[in-house]
Write a new protein. Structure first.
Ligand SMILES: Cc1cc2nc3c(=O)[nH]c(=O)nc-3n(C[C@H](O)[C@H](O)[C@H](O)COP(=O)(O)O)c2cc1C
Length: 331
């Protein structure tokens, strides 16, 4: 058990925000495997201020998702503050508010938002002070090492965030220039967690029990953030949960188990979004459930084309049939 602000967190597994992925359905599905802390997909300050229909969808929070943070991005202090007031007025039931200071996408950076703040540390500190003042919930921040290899300013930014009054900091140990490429570089912040006043969540290449344990050991972070490493791998969350609880290593999911997880996820999507949208989202995320299992290539091609749940179910039957035949071949 650890805490930040007034929030108590029961374990070390954090599900990182991923735009287009960590929807209500994805979060709800993953949570029950042992996620301890969640973030929504990011929403823009202006989207919140104008209360756009799309933004409202991103702000949907399920009753079993707590503790959960809404992630906000924006390049102007005034708008961020306005957005916070609006979120409070709307009564969105989030537990903490995360400010995105790490998004490398040009359309975000162009407006001075996301990782663009890392190039203006003084402005960043002043903005975060105002954000902390405006919010009646704890504020967290998600940052990167710095803009590029010549501008690694993570330690300075962490001190500034702490001075501004944030309650939790997540660090993705790539630079903005790296986007999502190359390896995460936890060594750059060796032992930083020991020196920090607020809990540290470590992000970047958390894709195996050993990598997660190593990331905690190197950085002395309090918790790990699962992002791409958990795509289509609910068992990975369960593995981390169990390992941190008592050192036990759960086996990887068998293909049969993966197909059952995939079907559960698809059902959850349909329940929350209706069949049409659900199948669209499944076409994007579903293939991750088949990654790493032999002979799945043709089925993945079919999965990215399905349009109805009945088609999807038929596809699962075909995969099961091919598995049984293989089992007979091997016999
Ligand atoms: C498709 C995708 C979308 C992402 N969206 C967000 C986002 O909205 N906000 C954010 O702070 N980070 C976002 N991230 C970054 C992740 O939360 C995480 O920090 C990063 O992927 C590094 O972890 P990994 O190497 O384990 O994937 C995104 C990453 C991916 C791959």
């Amino acid at each position: 058990m650890w805490s930040f602000g007034n929030i108590k967190v029961s374990g070390k597994v954090v599900l990182g925000p991923m735009a287009g992925v960590t929807t209500l359905a994805y979060r709800t599905f993953m949570k029950r495997f042992g996620v301890d802390l969640l973030y929504t997909e990011m929403v823009s300050d202006c989207g919140v201020i104008y209360d756009s229909r799309n933004t409202r969808k991103y702000l949907e929070i399920g009753k079993n998702e707590h503790p959960i943070g809404v992630q906000l991005f924006g390049g102007k202090t005034d708008n961020l503050v306005k957005a916070i007031h609006k979120l409070q007025m709307l009564g969105i039931p989030y537990d903490f508010l995360d400010i995105n200071l790490g998004c490398p996408m040009p359309k975000v950076m162009r407006n001075g938002a996301g990782a663009s703040w890392l190039t203006r540390p003084e402005d960043l500190e002043a903005m975060m002070r105002q954000v902390v003042n405006a919010s009646d919930k704890p504020i967290s921040a998600k940052i990167r090492l710095g803009s590029d290899d010549k501008n690694i300013n993570v330690r300075d930014v962490v001190s500034r965030l702490e001075r501004a009054g944030v309650s939790l900091i997540a660090i993705h140990t790539r630079t903005t220039k790296q986007i999502y490429q190359g390896f995460a570089r936890h060594e750059e912040i060796r032992d930083l967690g020991l020196k920090m006043k607020v809990p540290l969540v470590i992000s970047g290449d958390i894709n195996s029990i050993d990598n997660a344990a190593r990331a905690l050991d190197i950085t002395k972070a309090t918790a790990v953030m699962v992002a791409r490493g958990g795509l289509g791998r609910p068992r990975f969350v369960a593995q981390l949960h169990q390992y941190f609880k008592n050192g036990e290593r759960l086996p990887e999911a068998t293909l049969k188990e993966q197909l059952s997880y995939l079907r559960q996820f698809a059902k959850q999507l349909v329940n929350l979004k209706g069949e049409e949208i659900a199948m669209k989202e499944l076409r994007g995320i579903g293939v991750h459930f088949l990654n790493g299992y032999a002979g799945m290539k043709p089925f993945k091609t079919q999965l990215i084309q399905i349009t109805t749940f009945a088609e999807f179910d038929l596809l699962l039957k075909r995969i099961r049939y091919s598995m049984n035949n293989k089992a007979l071949d091997n016999y």
